[in-house]
Design a protein around this ligand. Sequence first.
Ligand code: PGA
Length: 252
Amino acid sequence: MRKNIVAGNWKMNKTFPEGVEFVKELKLALENEKTNCDVVICTPYIHLAAAATILEVSAVGVGAENCADKEAGAYTGEVSAAMVASTGAKYVILGHSERRAYYGETAEILKEKVKLALANNLTPIFCIGEVLAEREAEKQNEVVYAQLAGSLFELSAADFSKIVLAYEPVWAIGTGKTATAQQAQDMHAYIRGVIAEQYGKEVADNTSILYGGSCNPSNAKELFSNPDVDGGLIGGACLKIADFKGVIAGFN
Ligand code: PGA
């Protein structure tokens, strides 16, 4: 069966010492807690190796926030999927709306990143979601369909089964404006239906679909209680231990 997952996305936050301190505190904070979901932190590249080492014997997984669309070579400033995997990280966020909007990541580029992530045994947390104008024009289903089809639907069923999806309505990211539990459930059910059409019901039932966009300790429980919402991708509320723990407690 599919897993419940709460994944933090640090974005461009925390210096190296701040990151190390946070990870040590998180480990201590979760050590004696019974969590009813998998916990993952996705960090800037500079933190990966230290975080993976500190968290090695704990239940918390580590992931990157991006990886290159090329295997290796003369791509100054890029970090490959193989390099990410070599730190001990197990996950990589791909297709985050900030990458799509500010760094021109297209469906084609993301297709390459997904392939390279899978080839290096990283679990992609693949983000999809519409902007406000698309929601207002009631085009959210089409937009999300195109994002899925454009980057993922050439994968075999076996490879698709390794992917975690994150539905993040762009209008809800960092805005304090959350999708209602019903809006989240409707979209997640739609996504699961699309996967069922493409790969069959079993694959669809086993795909974890996370919600992202101003998810916090006060709304996590309601969001996660929806049958098709399998956890969250958490930005702002993952930067402080108490908030992140509060979101994780949404599964208690
Ligand atoms: P937010 O970000 O929780 O700060 O809205 C979520 C995300 O971008 O993954």
